[in-house]
Design a protein. Sequence first.
Length: 114
Amino acid sequence: QVQLVESGGGLVQAGGSLRLSCTASGSIFSINTMGWYRQAPGEQRELVATVTGGGNTNYADSVKGRFTISRDNAKKTVYLQMNSLKPEDTAVYYCNALLLRPYWGQGTQVTVSS
């Protein structure tokens, strides 16, 4: 069984920063892509950023230049550094890890006030 545990969400003013972390545990041999998705109220879940095991990254256009994804393979942890946050970044952020199948974390709330 594989579990993903997220941390780092919270309430921040516009222009502020937050750092999300997600650690995988369980029967894991290797993890392919890890990433972050988000879902705002009434909206579909959308990709924020992904990073492969080799370190290649991909970002949604809306967060390019503001968010940075990184991972520590030894710790089985993926991070999302979020700077210059905007109210439209408010959402529940979900960690995702692709092993033989995708796994999801429970989600962490990020609220950006104007």
